[in-house]
Design a protein around this ligand. Sequence first.
Ligand SMILES: [Mg+2]
Length: 249
Amino acid sequence: MRVLLLVSLFFMASSCATNNSSHNPREYQIGAYLWQQHSGEYRALTYQAYNTARLKIERDLLDKHNKKRAVIFDIDETVLDNSFGGAREIKDSKAWSESLFADWVKLKEAVAIPGALEFINFLTKERVAVFYVTNRTTEMYQDTFDNLVKEGFPVNKENLIMMNREKSKETRRLDILKSYEVVLYVGDNLGDFNKAFDTKSKAERNGAVDQMKELFGHKFIILPNPLYGDWERIFPYDKSKIEFLKLTP
Ligand SMILES: [Mg+2]
């Protein structure tokens, strides 16, 4: 596996060098993409997340609620793996853009994250409602719907909720809460869980994670996503200026 990773890395690095004599704007992501696509550890973490989610639901089914139970899922890097599209862009030294992502969505080639489909089928069997609250745009509705169906996920007009105006998912979550008891939130980005994480600085969002530490693995189920996320906003636009944390002497 290590040889495979090194060979892949070499080819990606050489491809970057030949396609663009200057800096590859996505170079800092190469290790992350290789890890998500090749490591057993990535798969083990997604299974761990979904096994934990199942345990929480099995425990909750013993309780009574006034409203019907529901689980809210994010889509990208939570139930669908988009790494193939991004990896192709990195090989071509293309900076991320909304139009490139829109092109990828049209292909409908994202695949199910390990463990996601089994967990959602379990919810359906137990009559727990499933909602997908995504920041894919309304123009992407049909392609997203088709991609989810292609991968076997239960989806309908009511449970696939796209981004309309607000990037924050808070209003969409509150709409669901009017009629449902939301037992779990499942996502890869902190904004999938609570508005306290929306548009915050690094210190604020890390502080909010510490404040809500009891909720992770209980109310919030987080999937690993080393590829991208709101955490990247703390970096300067020019990714060549990224620095690692330094140890204080
Ligand atoms: Mg996501």
